[in-house]
Design a protein around this ligand. Structure first.
Ligand code: URA
Length: 256
C-alpha cells in the first residue's frame, strides 16, 4: 500500500479530513508538502535532560517509583486543587513522545493525559501519521496537576514539575519529541520565542540532543480550525524527520 493511500485511509477513517481538508478528498493532491527536514541543530538555550540510563524503559520498578512520587507530590500549590495527578500514558518504549501543557478538567477527573476534546483531536492527528497511545507513542505533560480554570502554568509550578517529565523522557528514551503548544515548546526549549517561529524545524532537546518538533496545541486548533493545515504540515515534517533518523542517508563514499 502506498504512503498516500495509507495516509488517506487514516485521514478518512478518523475524520481527519474534517480537521484538515474540508474542501477536498484526502486523496486529492492538496495536502501541503512539508519541507524536507534539515540537520538537527541545537537551538539554545536548551533545557538539560538528566543522563539517560541505558535500558530502563523496561524496568517496572523505576516507573512505579516515579508514578508514586508524582501521585504523592505536594511540591506546588496545585496539589491542593487537583483531583489527582496525571502521570502519562502510552508505550514506555515508544520511539515518539508527545508533550503537552497540563491536564484539563477531564484529564484531572480521569487521570490520563489528553482525554477531553483536545485529546480526541490529538489522537486523530497522531493516527494520521501512524501513531497511537495504545501502541507506539508515549504522552505526558509539562505539569502533572491541573491549573484551576485551565490558566497558564506558573513558573514555580513548571520548575517544581519539570524534573518528573525529564525523568519520563530519560526512561522512555524517545527518538523524537513532539511538543504540542506554546507552553510545552517554550519550556522544553528554554525560549520565549513565539510558537510560529519554533515550527518547521528540528530542534534538539537536552544533553542527548533528542530531535524535537513543535506544532500547535489541539485545543488551539479547535478554536482556530484555519490553522489545521499548518499542523498537518508539522506532522508531516515530524514524520519525515523520524524517517531520516531511522534510516539515515547512506554515506556516498566521498570524504570531505
Ligand atoms: N491539554 C494538555 O496540554 N494536556 C492534556 O493532558 C490535556 C489538555
Amino acid at each position: 500500500m502506498s504512503e498516500a493511500v495509507r495516509r488517506a485511509e487514516y485521514l478518512e477513517a478518523l475524520g481527519i479530513d474534517d480537521w484538515v481538508l474540508r474542501s477536498a478528498h484526502p486523496c486529492a493532491a492538496t495536502v501541503p508538502v512539508a519541507p524536507e527536514p534539515g540537520p538537527v541543530e541545537p537551538t539554545g538555550p536548551v533545557v538539560s535532560a538528566p543522563p539517560q540510563p541505558a535500558g530502563e524503559a523496561g524496568v517496572p520498578e523505576a516507573w512505579e517509583q516515579l508514578r508514586a512520587q508524582v501521585r504523592a507530590c505536594t511540591a506546588c500549590a496545585l496539589h491542593e486543587t487537583r483531583t489527582q495527578a496525571v502521570f502519562g500514558v502510552g508505550n514506555r518504549r515508544a520511539e515518539w513522545m508527545v508533550i503537552g501543557e497540563a491536564p484539563g478538567a477531564e484529564e484531572d477527573r480521569r487521570g490520563e493525559p489528553f482525554v477531553g476534546h483536545a485529546g480526541q483531536l490529538l489522537d486523530a492527528m497522531l493516527r494520521a501519521i501512524g501513531l497511537s497511545r495504545e501502541t507506539n507513542v508515549y504522552i505526558a505533560n509539562i505539569l502533572k496537576s491541573r491549573p484551576p480554570g485551565n490558566r497558564d502554568p506558573r513558573p514555580e509550578e513548571v520548575a517544581a514539575c519539570l524534573p518528573y517529565l525529564h525523568r519520563q523522557i530519560a526512561l522512555v528514551r524517545p527518538k523524537l519529541l513532539l511538543a504540542v503548544g506554546r507552553i510545552a515548546a517554550q519550556t522544553l526549549l528554554g525560549t520565549d520565542a513565539p510558537l510560529g517561529r519554533l515550527r518547521g524545524r528540528a530542534h534538539a532537546f537536552g544533553e542527548h540532543n533528542v530531535p524535537l518538533v513543535v506544532t500547535y496545541h489541539p485545543a488551539y486548533l479547535l478554536r482556530s480550525p484555519g490553522e489545521k493545515r499548518k499542523a498537518w504540515e508539522d506532522l508531516q515534517f515530524a514524520r519525515n524527520l523520524f524517517a531520516q533518523i531511522r534510516n539515515p542517508e547512506p554515506n556516498d563514499g566521498h570524504r570531505s
